[in-house]
Design a binder for this molecule. Sequence first.
Ligand SMILES: [Zn+2]
Length: 304
Amino acid sequence: MSLSKVLSLALILAVARASPVLNNPSPVLRRDPPAPSTYPLGEACDHEWQYLNFNPDDDTDKAHLELLHYVICSREIRMMSILGQISAKDVLAPYKRYFPESDEEDDFQTHVKDVLGLIAGTSSPDELIGTVVGTFVVDNLDFAADDSNEADCNDEGTLAYTLTDRLDSREKIHFCDPSWTRGKADDVDCASLDPFPSTKMDSFSRIALHEMLHYSSVGPETSLAQQIIDVKNEDGEPAYDPPRVHGLIDPEQDENPAMPEINADSYAWMSLDAGISFKCMRDWGNSDWASFFSQNPPPYEAAE
Ligand SMILES: [Zn+2]
């Protein structure tokens, strides 16, 4: 080691001992996290969610931004939520596949109607989506990846998550890569579907609605008065997709009527079921839209 290095090392050690503050990270290295913006590719629509960490010059990011903008501004999520609300109010087939009817103890139908109503917004014909959605942030960064306590995109089967990021203290949604393979509900081929609801009709809007429902400003701010989470079936696996969501209330499977109203996928699949039923029956000139699917999803296969 050269003399100058020895001297400077000695100096550093002396200074370090004298001022322990040097052991803390330099304030110069700390940067303010970026703030979310409105739609980066053009004019945002009313109550559109906000965006973070997208690169509008990157083709992949651009395609994702366009889909995120479309599901809100085309009213696709609003339509699904409104049809879900109608199904709950009138106890139509899509509702009955995933939720129990209200009884003296619990007003399930009102809770479901209120939650979906908060997302859908007012009944004004100009409305595109509820005002609460304008406070939501979609972060393109897998911000939970470093946090071993939370779900992230490395967990098998995770399509997206909604969490509060420790870095900027914001509650945000992140969509994992597999979620982008889902298309628009409007593009679902009605003739390809089974007589029961299945993942063949899955759409990006269903995943987006699922994540919106997890926000702390949704469930707790309605008559439900509870956070909407991901519940598990009796076998300990998350109640995702039509067979498992239906299984929660099926007397021959879980028969657990308190679960669906706090399970995000129950709302999301019921609303997609209603939306696809409406679209397909309308295309075929039939007004009895709620009877599009004539069967319940098959029983789920329990994990070993
Ligand atoms: Zn979830």
